[in-house]
Design a protein around this ligand. Structure first.
Ligand code: HAX
Length: 419
């Protein structure tokens, strides 16, 4: 039995009992008043969901199981996956055990390659990636055990199995989508001695003589892993999961939500905006030029991608972590310099637009420039990288939801009808 399964077997039943007692005692407490504007405004600010893996206070940014993100930037994504699920960092033995579990499960069924190969060659990489996850649904342990009639108390166990099976395969699938979609040559088989993110970097086939790109991938896959439960991708996945659809359905569905330009696709739009400014001004623009370009964008009715957030009211700590990486490894790269300069200019511009509540950069404002520097220059691929990482949080949230018995409850949100 994997150490992760053993650990969860110890802690989840206790948590379920605690919740039962908590609800017995406080179940009648009011947690949120809802205004009509919130009903029409995407339920912004309405407390109506439980998420124990992470929280996003507007004035602090992402906190994973009580640990602020900036204290986690040196951790491996698989360590953070353990943290998301258990609330503790793994020790060395536990980490190695989890890594071995992932290596043992990384072989992708051959039919997945055939499905990807048969899609139109100009398909969006996110459509290819999400289709590959969905097509593996036939492998679901949860679906198999459910059909056999397993008791509810065990639902989380095959969901954990599904999660480990999926997470193990995502780097291979995502790397193949990149190589196939952008004619980068044949598929690269996974290595058996690399950590999860380094293996992904290796299979992308990026030239990485100093190991810097691997380092970026570890950071990238840690920073995007979770952002509480109310964002489009996590909430969509939770809703699908709550109908007892298995994790292949839930994750693929959630990641379809990530593919929207106001969510994960913003990273592709953001770099395009940066490169447009450089095209227009023949190199890294000055702050004055950037200010004018920002106003032109707003006046033409478009958003400035990478800026603003539905919850945050500060510079996103994930953006800060990317900025630090860029300052360390590529301070003179013209694209990175432009990103840093935009950060000096755009918050001031957006602050002058009354309706905009958050003028600060979000996670998507800087990540593309770093990828671009190492040769991943096909922007439409960027959301796939985000998706590989976000799968960790979505899987963790849905395993916990199974244990807590959240089944069906999200499908019963009351609706308001004006007529
Ligand atoms: N540029 C221009 N206008 C902006 C803006 C920006 N960067 N950010 C907000 N606004 C506008 C909104 O479009 C909205 O205008 P309308 O009332 O005319 O519709 C108004 O300001 C109020 O918006 P808000 O309340 O401040 O923000 P929302 O919660 O409505 O939206 C968004 C949050 C992230 C969608 C928004 O800030 C935006 O569109 N930003 C640019 C796209 C982006 O970077 N998305 C990625 C977000 C992070 C993420 O989820 N990544 O996956």
């Amino acid at each position: 039995m994997s150490l992760l399964k053993q650990k969860l077997g110890e802690i989840l039943p206790k948590q379920v009992e605690e919740i039962r007692q908590f609800l017995n005692e406080y179940g009648d407490r009011i947690v949120s008043d809802v205004k009509l504007a919130q009903v029409y405004g995407g339920l912004r600010g309405v407390k109506a969901l439980v998420c124990d893996t992470s929280e996003v206070p507007p004035d602090k940014g992402l906190i994973i199981r009580g640990i602020p993100l900036k204290e986690l930037v040196d951790k491996l994504p698989e360590e953070v996956f353990w943290l998301l699920l258990t609330g503790e960092m793994p020790n060395d033995t536990e980490l190695r055990d989890l890594q071995n579990e992932l290596l043992a499960r990384q072989r992708v069924p051959d039919y997945v390659w055939k499905v990807i190969d048969s899609m139109p060659e100009n398909s969006h990489p996110m459509a290819m990636f999400n289709t590959a996850i969905l097509v593996m649904e036939i492998e679901s342990e949860f679906a198999r055990r459910y059909a056999e009639g397993m008791p509810k108390s065990e639902y989380w166990i095959p969901t954990l199995e599904d999660a480990l099976n999926i997470i193990a395969k995502l780097p291979s699938i995502a790397a193949y989508v990149y190589r196939k979609r952008f004619n980068k040559g044949p598929r690269i088989e996974p290595a058996n001695d690399l950590d999860w993110a380094a293996n992904y970097a290796y299979m992308l086939g990026v030239d990485d003589p100093n190991g810097e790109f691997r380092q970026l991938m570890r950071l990238y896959l840690t920073l995007h892993c979770d952002h509480e439960g109310g964002n489009v991708s996590s909430f969509s996945a939770a809703t699908i999961n709550s109908g007892l659809s298995d994790l292949y359905y839930a994750l693929s569905g959630g990641l379809n939500g990530l593919a929207g330009p106001l969510h994960g696709l913003a990273n592709q739009e953001c770099l395009a905006w940066i490169l447009d400014t450089m095209d227009k001004f023949g190199g890294a623009p000055t702050e004055e030029q950037l200010e004018k370009y920002a106003w032109d964008t707003l006046n033409s009715g478009k958003v400035i991608p990478g800026y603003g957030h539905a919850v945050l009211r500060i510079t996103d700590p994930r953006f800060e972590a990317f900025l630090e990486f860029g300052k360390k490894y590529m301070p003179n790269d013209p694209v990175f310099k432009t990103v840093a300069r935009v950060f000096n200019v755009v918050p001031n511009v957006l602050s002058q637009v009354k309706k905009i509540k958050d003028p600060w950069p979000n996670v998507d404002a800087g990540s593309g420039a770093l990828l671009y520097h190492y040769g991943i220059q096909e922007f439409s691929y960027y959301t796939v990288l985000f998706a590989v990482s976000r799968a960790l949080g979505i899987c963790a949230q849905n395993i916990i939801a199974r244990a807590y018995g959240f089944s069906n409850y999200q499908t019963q949100i009351a609706t308001y009808c004006k007529i």
